[in-house]
Design a binder for this molecule. Structure first.
Ligand SMILES: [Zn+2]
Length: 301
């Protein structure tokens, strides 16, 4: 089954795209490399992978990435837990939460590290995960996890106080649809917490200059990695507003502060020197790799 060819970034006419020159090899386990390009939304400037991989291709791809060595798994766990602690503190500060036992969903719950943190903070936590192995793995640890590619699997769950979407939205085939669905599942006053790369503008700039330099073409592709969507901070804020949210906070994740301190950044397997990244990001290295956006569903309870 093929996925949709194009997708929605900001909710406006989804056919209004312009091709860009960023080509990426997007490999999957069984079927070999999938050659994809990039299109740019003419309304919001967001970059989107073209064509969008199907959910089956996504599952095959990320199942491979989820299991490397135990060392990597442990490093990933520590990093994830730091990020979720930050996100929970933001939800408690900016969201309106039930006093007794707030309900939360971790969308793209992977190995269940986020669910661990949510449970420790007293949440009744639900995971949603596409990869069947990860679902089994986290269920075995006692977590409640639904198997699926989107939030609609939560239909029987009462309204949620918070939805966590940490490092996931850029892998979602219909990102704007996800924002709309999350809005529907939140109680009024509840919050959506999203961390994602905001490399859209930088990658586009690099792609415009790439006719002069193969190195820049390589950087443009690396900035987007295997991401389906590359928002800029501005286009993402605007997408949240269009989906009905009020953006109440934007915070850099302190668990990534080492990336700003060190001269050499190890990032997605690349060894990158900070001044180069500073140049490419227009001095906005503080956004590396991304802030956490806190978006509230308005309305009285
Ligand atoms: Zn758009």
């Amino acid at each position: 089954m093929e996925g949709p060819t194009r997708t929605r970034c900001c909710g406006r006419q989804p056919e209004a795209y312009r091709s860009t020159s960023i080509d990426r090899d997007w490999s999957q386990q069984d079927a070999g490399p999938l050659h994809v390009g990039t299109v740019r939304c003419m309304y919001c400037g967001t970059l989107l992978m073209d064509p969008i991989p199907s959910p089956q291709q996504m599952a095959a791809h990320f199942a491979d990435m989820a299991y490397r060595s135990p060392d990597q798994e442990d490093a990933r766990r520590r990093q994830k837990i730091g990020t979720y602690e930050t996100a929970v503190a933001l939800a408690q500060r900016f969201g309106r939460q039930a006093d007794d036992r707030p309900r939360a969903c971790d969308f793209g719950s992977a190995q269940g590290h986020g669910l661990e943190v949510l449970a420790a903070h007293g949440y009744e936590a639900f995971g949603v995960e596409l990869d069947a192995d990860a679902v089994r793995h986290s269920r075995a640890k006692g977590h409640t996890v639904y198997h699926g590619a989107d939030l609609s699997v939560l239909d029987s769950v009462p309204p949620l106080d918070a939805i966590y979407c940490i490092d996931v939205l850029y892998y979602v085939a219909d990102p704007f649809g996800m924002l709309e669905t999350a809005h529907r599942f939140l109680r009024p006053g509840g919050v959506l917490l999203v961390r994602m790369s905001v490399w859209g503008e930088t990658a586009y700039l690099a792609s415009r200059l790439s006719s002069r330099s193969a190195r820049l073409r390589q950087y443009a592709s690396a900035l987007l990695c295997d991401h389906v969507v590359g928002y800029s901070p501005r286009s993402f804020r605007s997408a949240l507003t269009r989906a009905g949210y009020r953006v109440v906070a934007e915070r850099v994740d302190p668990s990534f502060s080492h990336l700003r301190r060190d001269r050499t950044i190890h990032w997605h397997g690349l060894r990158v020197v900070s001044p180069v990244m500073r140049l490419l990001t227009g001095g906005r290295l503080h956004l590396l790799p991304s802030p956490i956006f806190v978006a509230q569903r308005p309305g009285a309870n």
